[in-house]
Write a protein that binds this ligand. Structure first.
Ligand code: GLY
Length: 295
């Protein structure tokens, strides 16, 4: 039997490590990793595991995805998500989607229910309505500072975190990746970052690795960061070494800050960042004793 593995992240950024918000985000990462691991242990697919894990992260008010997403300059929530199946390279993505609690599941429906791979803005919303995908009010996605672990007097000066993601390796040795985000704080309406862009915010290929990225989207997309990690694994680097090398490349080439999680085709895990912090959790192996978390 393949060695099961799942890694999740709650977003790289200038977190206050001691903050209540970090504790809330870290707890969500642990819960998401364990939920995804339970799917894998029951024989579920890597694709189901990453969707399950990202659901929990999208529900966490301390993290920038789903409920808790950053607002744009017009006070609206526009979210981006990507899911990818390492068996087939099938992928689904949505960008600038509004009024859904779980963009990652809508991205999966784009993959499974359309002939396309990527829907944006009103077209993505119309698709959601067409298939009866649950819609919510914008207010359901907006979290007051006191509800996401930040004291009201300390209203998120600077980005605390950014984006959530998960990668998994299942019983069949298949890989999958999922990334979901509310984007950046005070972004222009219509701005789309790296997260839904295949190869930038995520990538999954059974031949190499599954990767999810977080950080400065405008930098990450320029170097197609997640695919870089897969290419480095293809060159013979471990998942850990590939994540570290890709971040060095990002720094040297475009000067960006980010975090990466990865699992390679042998089920080995990589986690790296050049930001102050990034809550993450992973489980390697058959039991929850393989659980590791960090920031
Ligand atoms: N990394 C998420 C974004 O830039 O939108």
């Amino acid at each position: 039997m393949a060695n099961l593995a799942i890694v999740v992240h709650g977003g790289a950024g200038a977190w206050d490590i001691e903050s209540e918000r970090m504790q809330v985000g870290l707890a969500a990462c642990r819960e998401a990793a364990l939920a995804g691991h339970a799917v894998l242990k029951a024989g579920g697919s890597a694709l189901d595991a990453v969707e399950t894990a990202v659901h929990i992260l999208e529900d966490c008010p301390a993290l920038d995805a789903g409920r808790g997403s950053y607002l744009n300059t017009q006070g609206e929530v526009e979210m981006d998500a990507l899911i990818m199946d390492g068996r087939s390279l099938n992928m689904g993505a949505v960008a600038a989607i509004q009024r859904v609690r779980h963009p990652i599941s809508l991205a999966r429906r784009v993959m499974t229910d359309t002939e396309h791979a990527f829907l944006v803005g009103p077209g993505a919303g119309a698709f959601a309505d067409q298939i009866g995908f649950p819609r919510c009010a914008t207010e359901d996605l907006i979290v007051p500072p006191e509800a996401n672990g930040s004291a009201p007097a300390k209203p998120l000066a600077g980005p605390l975190g950014d984006t959530v993601g998960a990668v998994a390796f299942d019983i069949h040795g298949d890989l999958a990746a999922a990334t979901s985000t509310g984007g950046t704080r005070n972004k222009m309406p219509g701005r789309v970052g790296d997260s839904p862009l295949v190869g930038s915010g995520g990538y999954a290929d059974n031949w190499t690795a599954a990767v999810s990225a977080t950080g400065q989207g405008e930098a990450i997309m320029k170097v197609v960061l997640s695919k870089r990690v897969c290419d480095l694994v293809s060159d013979g680097l471990s998942a850990q070494a590939a994540c570290e090398a890709a971040i060095r490349l990002l720094e040297e080439r475009v000067g960006g800050e980010c975090g990466l999680i990865a699992i390679d085709a042998q089920g080995q895990v990589g986690v790296a960042r050049n930001t102050r912090a990034m809550p993450y959790a992973f489980v390697m192996g058959e039991d929850e004793g393989g659980m590791v978390d960090g920031r």
